[in-house]
Design a protein around this ligand. Sequence first.
Ligand SMILES: [Zn+2]
Ligand SMILES: [Zn+2]
Length: 596
Amino acid sequence: MRSRFSRSLYVGRQTVTRGMAPIIACVAKTLPRNQEVAAQFELLADLLEIEGYDAFRVLAYRRAAALIRDTAGSIAQLALDGKAKQLQGIGKTIEGKIVEIVDDGEVHALTKHKGIVPPDVVAFTRLPGLGPKTARKIWKDLGVTTVQELRKAAEAQRLRTLSGLGAKLEESVLKALDEAKPEAVVSDRPLLGTALPAVLDAVETLRAHPAAVKVSEAGSARRRRETVRDLDIIATATDAETLIAHFVELPWVVDVAAKGGTKATVLSAQGLRFDLRVVPPECYGNLLQHFTGSKHHNVAMREEAVRHGFSVSEYGVKIVETGEVVTHAEEAELYEFLGYQFIPPELRENLGELEAARLGALPELVELRDLKGDLHAHTTWSADGKNTAEEMALACKQRGYRYLAVTDHSHYLREGRMEAQDRELAALNEKLAPFRLLKGVEANIKADGTIDVPDETLATREWVIASLHTSFDKNPTERVLGAMENPHVDCIGHLTGRKIGKRPGAAVDVERVIEKALETGTVLEIDSQPDRLDMPDAVARLAGEASVPIAVTSDAHRISALDYVGIGIGQARRAWLTKAHVVNTRTWPQIAKLRR
Ligand SMILES: [Zn+2]
Ligand SMILES: [Zn+2]
């Protein structure tokens, strides 16, 4: 089962031994180019300036970047030989940081500061009239951290409340955001949780148009990758031009970057870029398959097809011997023609799915409708919860769930509040039966590895989640293993603690965690919060292959967030999980029986 993944699969930061450096130094072509090294120092300078560090340090990094760009020889080689500091303006400290790039790929300080400044705030500085100092004010004083929020703040005339900023700057910010160069400001890859609802909504709207016949999202959103780039939509129509004209006029379109008879590219108010292609119905299957990707999947499929005498392109399959081109109106027909089972989009990453589909051995993946309840949610008993237990329960009931574990943060349930909550839940359970609210808690795994709730209190809970919320660099593996040793802990929440695009996951030794989970019968979670999706897909797949029970939970802090399980299920499918892997496809009595 583990052959596909290396023995030492660590999440997040890779451990690279310093002893590697001399070996790398011998292989000149693996050294980072001067441009790359310079770019890291420039970004570091930007980040420090946004954070408000003193001008002297910022300037030192900017000067170093300029110098490195102008150095003729390999700066990395010079640094490894201890000779970089002989260059004017490069001291011992900078030389050490260049060696960090050679050893670990990135200046350590850069990794750290990237985790402090939201990525979009850096993008603010690329807008006309906005430098690092203004970006800092907008971030710190207005709490604006994304390009979307920046647009809203400018529209609401909130930027002019900051000293030195006026109506003119608001105007130029809005103009720049509206102009046809969004890639300069839109953060690199939007989260699936933002992009998927937007693209599914666009697909629905297009489907409702009389000129549309078939419409589907494609690309990485269709594969439910945790982040996406552009949003692709493939359609067939009775009248392509009418459908394209309708598309570019949709109310949320703020810019039309390109428009032709069968194709259009637009930018949404959210800063998302959509590509619509209207294709001939007879090769809809070929084109949808092609534009769904992944590239690796398609390349591997085409190579395999060549060995069977076929030449596959987005327009059809050519039978090489006869020269005949066969097209497919449906994707499933294309896969069948090439000798495969239909491969669900979430599996198309060239990670074994083609081999399995050839043998008819693909797993029957879990589906959203399989879920019978949610095992991680917060209510107003947590300071960050927005809906009451009753409101959350009613929303779950409406979704067809039979139970919801109320797992408020332990630190809000001290001094009698847990008992008070239990009385509330008991009363609600009488009222809402047979629907059931479970008395849960999300406890913190502290820096010293202990859990912040006493055992006798944990013993009163029906569902205990233990999660890392702080000190991710302090022995995360040992702390998680320790939590699993506690017989009252049912589930480990968001295993790595990553925040996509903001904070790398803790360096948790996944294999040891999986072994311990099996030994202790602990459930591991796929937390569906869009910026968590934690466990990551590769880790969840390992856990699933080892038959560790997995919960797909919303970690909702409000009613609307219960929907996040949609992308959590996408992640579970990317991890090859079936209904049997996912504990909350079972009823509560069935789960209760599995508890230790
Ligand atoms: Zn948590
Ligand atoms: Zn939580």
